[in-house]
Each structure stands twice: as C-alpha cells, then as structure tokens.
Design a protein around this ligand. Structure first.
Ligand SMILES: NC(=O)c1ccc[n+]([C@@H]2O[C@H](COP(=O)([O-])OP(=O)(O)OC[C@H]3O[C@@H](n4cnc5c(N)ncnc54)[C@H](OP(=O)(O)O)[C@@H]3O)[C@@H](O)[C@H]2O)c1
Length: 302
C-alpha cells in the first residue's frame, strides 16, 4: 500500500506507478491546464488523460508549467490511451505518436487500450502495435482499460508483453471483485476510474457515517479505501480545495471492520457479481492449469 502521494506501486515490468493521481476527463482548456498544474504543485505525481478527452495539449501545458516550476519530469507519471478508432497495429502506433506531439512532455509513461473491442483479434492487433513501441524511449508501460476477464484472458494467451495495468470503474458500492481478483492473480495492477462514483459517493450514507467516525470527508474515505486495497485511484477535480482534500488521505487508516463495510456495499447496492464464486472457481482452475507463472516476489522497483 502506498504511504504518500509520491509513493509508488511496483508493476509487473519493473516500473512503478503512483497510488493516487488526478483524472482529467471532462476538463479542457485552461481549466485542465490549471488543475494539472495545481495538483502537481500539491504533490500529485500521476496524471490521467486520453485523446478523446480533447485535452492532451492542455494537460501537457500544465505538466510543463510544473516542470518549469522545478518538478522533475522523471517524477511525473503521464497516462494516456488509444481510442476505438485506433484499434489496429499501425493506427495504435500513429495514435501514440499523435498523443506524444500533443502532450509535448518528451515521453509517455503509460498507454492503455481505452475500451476492448468485441473481437479478440482486434484487441490483439492493437496490442501488437503497443508492444511495438513498448520499451522505446517513447512509452514505458502498456496496459488496458475496461477489460473484463473475458477480454483479458484471450489477450494474455497471446501477448508477448503482459499488460501492467487495467483501468476500470470502481468505487465503494461497485468494487468489481471479478475483474479485481483476476487482475490480482495475473499481476496486473488495478486502477480505479470514477473512484468517487462521479461525486455520488458523497450521497452514500454508509460512507458518510464512516467519514464521521474518522473526522474525514466521504471522498477521503472512498480514496483511502482504494489505496488500502492497493488500487490506484484517479479522482478528477478542478476545484483546488477538492484537489487538496483528496490528497489528504495518508494520515489515517481504515480499520478492517470499516474496510469490510465498504467492501460489502457491493452487496447492498446489488453490484457484487452474482457469479463471483463461480468465477473464483474458474480462476483457480485456470491458474492450476497454467502453473501460476507469475510471482509477486519478482517485482523490482525502478
Ligand atoms: N478509462 C475509462 O474508460 C474512464 C472512464 C471515466 C473516467 N476515466 C478517468 O477517471 C477520472 C475520474 O473519473 P470521473 O471523472 O468519471 O469521476 P470521479 O473522479 O469519481 O468524480 C469526479 C467528480 O467528483 C467531484 N469531486 C472530486 N473531488 C471531490 C471532493 N473532494 N468533494 C466533492 N466532490 C468532489 C468533481 O467535481 P469538482 O471538480 O467540483 O471537484 C467531479 O464532479 C476521469 O477524469 C478520467 O481521467 C476513465
């Protein structure tokens, strides 16, 4: 578990990722630039964007302002994606090159396939494009987003480079245990988008009562829950108070009973996969079959 904004989680390729970052979906122009710059000055070190957020240039400007203010580029982790119109070998490479130009930050730390295609072959073709640029000076980490087990398993069968990260929706009330367990078993770090349920976590009475107990806000409880589960969280905010508030989660620990309550909100909201047990059995069988080739002890820090 990360202990600070700058602390990092090891990935399966030897690199590391900060445990908390700022999301930028829905922010454009000066608002995006200022939010990114402010977050970096407050100690955030992970910035998440995507070509379809139409803000890579703005995000890049915010990052460059922070670099000019003295923050090292090597301490900043920039994550972007390829979109569904770039799902083949050449288009994936072209998309990354276009992002590199728009971001203008020298290199991209991580590129994710934003959405799986329904056809596994299409996913694999795009993945081959990302594999081609993986390890170059331009991109250090490749991964996926919104991939469920059914999308990931076939990709893992064929991939030369394993995805290091899967970014998918998670918040107290929907922890997507099936995807989460699968990623854990495959040494793929889970990254939560909409970690505050797009702000709706503030309306959750269970989260509220836990917040009261710790003298914290509901957002802080939700984000602390993510990091105690070793899930990377990327809350989006353009509000300076919220950006600071969301980072102030490293001075308390949620007790097991409260983690349990938050985990069980899946059941309360009917979101816990009805086939979770079946899925767990299938995973166990598959890992036995494969001989469990991944070893968490082999991680090394950058
Ligand atoms: N891979 C994907 O398919 C995918 C999909 C969706 C999102 N994402 C990524 O994940 C990021 C986060 O997800 P999200 O933007 O959907 O939702 P989110 O981070 O769960 O929620 C964002 C909302 O919460 C509010 N908020 C943030 N901090 C708050 C606080 N401390 N108190 C009260 N309100 C607060 C924000 O408003 P204020 O600005 O007023 O603070 C905003 O309205 C995105 O920005 C994007 O980078 C990825």
């Amino acid at each position: 578990m990360v202990e600070s904004l700058m602390d990092r989680i090891p990935l399966n390729n030897g690199y590391t990722i900060p445990g908390l970052g700022i999301g930028t979906g829905g922010l454009t122009g000066k608002e995006a630039e200022d939010a990114v710059f402010y977050a970096l000055t407050q100690g955030y070190r992970l910035v998440d964007t995507s070509p379809n957020y139409d803000n890579e240039e703005d995000v890049g400007r915010g990052i460059n302002r922070a670099i000019n203010a003295g923050i090292k580029r090597s301490d900043i982790f920039v994550s972007t994606k390829i979109e569904k119109d770039s799902m083949d070998f050449n288009k994936a490479i072209d998309s990354v090159n276009a992002s590199l130009e728009r971001l203008n930050v020298g290199y991209i730390d991580m590129v994710l396939i934003h959405q799986p295609a329904t056809d596994d072959e299409v996913n694999l073709d795009a993945w081959r494009g990302l594999e081609d640029i993986y390890g170059s000076e331009r991109v250090r980490i490749i991964g996926v987003s919104n991939f469920k087990r059914a999308d990931l398993a076939p990709l893992l069968e064929e991939a030369k480079v394993r995805p290091a990260v899967n970014q998918y929706e998670m918040y107290p009330g929907d922890s997507d245990p099936a995807t989460n367990d699968f990623c854990d078993n495959e040494n793929i770090v889970s990254m939560a988008y909409s970690p505050l349920h797009k702000g709706k976590v503030l309306e959750n009475r269970h989260v509220h009562s836990i917040a009261k107990k710790y003298d914290k806000t509901p957002s802080q409880i939700a984000l602390r829950w993510h990091i105690q589960r070793n899930v990377v969280a990327i809350p989006r905010s353009s509000d300076k108070d919220h950006i600071r508030e969301n980072a102030d989660i490293f001075n308390f620990t949620l007790a097991d009973e409260d983690m349990d309550t938050l985990n069980k909100l899946d059941i309360a909201t009917g979101k816990r996969g009805h086939d979770a047990e079946t899925y767990a059995d299938q995973t166990r069988q598959r890992l036995n079959f494969r001989g469990q080739d991944n070893n968490a002890q082999n991680y090394r820090r950058r």
